[in-house]
Structures are given as C-alpha cells and as structure tokens.
Design a protein around this ligand. Sequence first.
Ligand code: NDP
Ligand code: 8X3
Length: 250
Amino acid sequence: MKKIALITGATSGIGRATAHEFANHGIHLILCGRRQERLQTIQDALQKQTEVHILNFDVSNKIETIKAIESLPNEFRNIDILINNAGNAHGLDPIQTGNLDDWDAMMDINVKGLLYVSKAVIPQMTERKTGHIINIGSSAGKEVYPKGNVYCATKHAVLALTEGMRIDLNDFGIKVSAINPGLVETEFSQVRFKGDAIANNVYKGYKALQPQDIAEIIYFAISRPAHVNIADLLVFPTAQASSTIVKKEF
Ligand code: NDP
Ligand code: 8X3
C-alpha cells in the first residue's frame, strides 16, 4: 500500500520540490497552501503520477487548519508522513526597529502554524503507532545572525519542538526529524524583503542550494529503514560556512 504524505507550503520552493520528488516515488500526496491556483496547477501536473488531494488553508489560523484536515476524504486520512514546511522570514530588521506585524506573522506561521498542523495530524499516528514527522528548521535555528532575531527565534523553537515531539512520541514508534537548510534559492527572499529588488541579490555570486537538493534529502530521510531516524540534519551550500560567511565571486 502506498504511503500518504501531507506537505505544508507545497505551492513554492522546498515544499513544491518535495511534492514532485514524492510523486516520482508514487507517494500519495496532500498538498497544502494558501494560493489555490498554484495548488490546482500542481495537482493537475502530479496526478498523472500519483493520487493528489489539495487543501487550501492558512496554517496560522487554528480553526481553518483543523477544519481542513478534518475534511480529508477517508482514503487520505491515514497520514504516514507529515512535512511541516510552511514558513517564511518577514523582514530583516534590528530588534529595536522591528515591525510588530512581521513578528506576529513569523511566530504565528513558523511556530504556531507548525503546532496546529501537528496537533491535527498526530492523533491518527499515535492511534496507528506509526508515522514520520519532518520539521523544516533552518541554520537560523542553530545560530543567530544580525537582524535575524525573531526569525532565528522561530527556527530555534522549531528545533526545540522537534526534540519535544521526538521525546513525547517515542512510545508510539513515530519518527521525528529536523532538516535544517542554509541558503536555498526559493521565493523566501521575495517574501522576506516584501518584493523589494534587494531580494535578487541574496543568491548572487555563488551557487545556493536549490529546492530539489532539499527535496532529495527529505526523500532520503523518509525512505530509511524502519529502525533508522535522521534526527537532525544541517545542510549548507558549499559556498556557505555559517549564516554570515558566504564566499561570493562577482
Ligand atoms: P517559499 O517562500 O518559496 O515557500 C514558502 C511556502 O510556505 C509557500 O508554499 C507558502 O504558500 C507557504 N506558507 C507561507 N505562509 C503560510 C501560511 N500562513 N499558511 C500556509 N502556508 C504558508 O520559501 P521556502 O521554500 O524557502 O521555505 C520553506 C521552508 O523552508 C520555510 O519554513 C523556511 O523557513 C525554510 N527554510 C528556507 C530557507 C531558504 O533559504 N529558502 C533556508 C532554511 C529554511 P502560500 O503562500 O501559498 O500559502
Ligand atoms: C533561511 C536561511 O540564512 O536566511 O532560513 O536564515 S537564512
């Protein structure tokens, strides 16, 4: 029987690449995001390869999240793999001039959203005593960089939650992993800089990680034998040594 994966943030970047990677392996997919048109386009493309169900909701909205996951048809209810990927940075400001709406968005989406989705998905995993949860953290969850303050705090929280989930779900045989990328070339910087042209510079002068690189790592993690759990993985582009050290050539 084919496994079922629910991927949040499947409309772009790492989540979309993971949807394609999983479809290549015949995994049945529940793809989530706020942009319905994109969800539809991805469903149209991938349903030639596998079964695809789409869910349009905002992970930071508790009620919407719970209702969306409750609405799953029977054949998609037993979720084997949860990829908690939805998230973004909003702004890059020193703490003293940070924007409260940006802070709320990051806390609400990256931390509370991950919790709401997990809360809705975990009960059928504990009941069946099986499952794999992968939280997409970041190198920003392992170190703090100038002006990264709140985004880094949310990704540190993702790592703490990953460890907490692994401890609490240990009795149920559920795997919990964190995959923590450095710089990946996605729409991430467009969102962080709110469409400002400065976003185009982030990935210039070196070869950043591509969404497909992370998707392949995620597939590797979920395809290990039953007794193997990749608990915590940090991946940088070769040009990157830390959040602040990137070898650029112009
Ligand atoms: P993208 O901006 O390309 O993708 C973000 C995804 O998250 C989109 O599919 C978006 O979908 C979804 N999303 C954002 N807000 C919400 C929300 N409120 N409700 C539901 N879905 C939401 O960025 P990435 O692919 O780079 O980011 C994916 C994850 O990877 C994030 O958690 C990010 O923090 C992490 N990461 C990224 C790195 C990078 O350098 N790019 C490095 C390390 C970690 P929609 O707008 O349709 O809702
Ligand atoms: C995204 C990578 O360096 O912009 O998590 O924080 S970084």
